[in-house]
Ligand binder design. Sequence first.
Ligand code: ADP
Length: 551
Amino acid sequence: MDEILYIDDDINNLTGFKFAFKNSYKIHIANTPSEGWDILRQNEIKVILADQRMPEITGVEMLEEVAKQYPNVVRIILTGYTDVNDIIAAINQGRIYQFIQKPWDKEHLKVVLDNGIDTYNLRKTNEDLVRSLQDSNKNLECEVEKRTQEINRQKQELELHKNHLEELVTTRTAELEQAKIKAEQSDKLKSAFMANMSHEIRTPLNAIVGFSSLLAEPTTTSDLRDTYIKFLNDNAASLTVLIDDIMDISLIDTNQLDLKRDHFSVTSIMMERQDFYQLKPDCNLHIHFINSDHPEELILFNDGVRFKQIISNLLDNALKYTDSGEIAFGYECRESDILFFVKDTGIGIEEKNQHLIFNHFHKVEYPNRLYRGTGIGLSICKRLVCMMGGKIWVESTPGKGSTFFFTLPYEHIPVELPVRKNKSLLSSNFEKLTILVAEDDPINYRLISDILKRTGASIHWAQNGIEAVDYIRSNPNLSNCIVLMDIKMPEMDGYEAHRIIKELNPEIPVVAVTAYALTQDSYRIKEAQFNDCLTKPFRAEGLLSKIANLF
Ligand code: ADP
């Protein structure tokens, strides 16, 4: 039921009103304005009626106050005729809704009250509408705020992403730039290497071609002949070193270089190297192996051949880059490794080059002097030392000299090394031996037979695999026979001939003699179970020691 409040100081008016309308509305009555306020606070009053003349306050004043606190409540004044002008003014100012003159007519008042309730309901609906509009507005604002925050967050993320991308692009660009510089450098290095290599090959070749033609001149005296032969030997040796280095580099680059570990005497290699360099006729430097007085022989378990190659390379360099003074080399035993060094008093190396010289093809060029070399020796040393379990580095002062250091792991395993034979192999005596030389190239055969002739061995020549097999087949009772088997021959190659010979007589040792020096070849030769292998080019000592080792 709609609720109505009536305030009047006359109790009879109140009861009369209540009685008249109690069936149509829920009627609240108040005898004073303060009672009226209490009712207003506790109920949903839609229409309030107030008497104009009350002792404390006029009806219009009271309703003005109500309008401030409950603006939707429809306010009606009940009044006698005398106050009409004041009340009309109040209606015009919007402070009250309507006035009813006493005594009121029930029917008329009912219409006014119903209209008042409709007005209240309308105001309320409006208010609810406005509120819900405000609420949805607020929601909208919240949503907008949320979306704005989300967009800001995404913007920040995008910003971060953009910065990260920019960083990535900068890094990648720098990396590409570096890679480009490296590629250009390596291109330049390779071109320089090719030019250098051509020079390094042509120089000894020129000497070999030139001096061998001079050697053939009938007018050449025997003294000159000895000198020319020495030149031929020296240049052939440097060509061999060059080819070995190129071989090593290509094996290293393709990870095919294998070490052959065994016990070897560092002391004897160092002593031998000291003698070798000191005896060089054109060497005017003092070369000193500083551990030569050491009573104990240093034995290592590693690749002795590669060790000799490293130390020889460092000594060759020391000699090449030192004009006067001395070269000292040796080792120091440390707790878990051996520190080797080669110290010279030569030209030294600027700090900026001290790392670079261990790279492939890196040569320091000097404007006033040409040093021969290809720039691969130290890069081979570095890789070998690394494979053997050590490190290599240099300390140097330009103009004063350099010291190259390298380490190798030390395992002390006591072993008995075979007694070194001092006798020259060139005076070997193989009188009791029959040597079958399977070789298709007449010059190479000539070289082998000339070396072997001095030993007294009986020599037979087979020009291909078939002839070699025929010789063994037709001499079934051969004893003390050895076969030197070239691998690449016409008709039947060395592998096939070796296989048949071993079937015919497994006791006969067969040494593969080959110009192939790649690891695959040595694997194939190993697999074929040759007794040994000799790589071309070889020297007389090399050939003779292979034969001596088999008997
Ligand atoms: P190269 O055949 O040119 O000597 P290496 O790889 O053995 O090649 O050496 C690289 C470079 O290191 C040399 O070109 C030289 O400039 C420098 N170098 C090597 N050893 C010495 C040394 N003992 N004294 C001064 N410079 C050296």
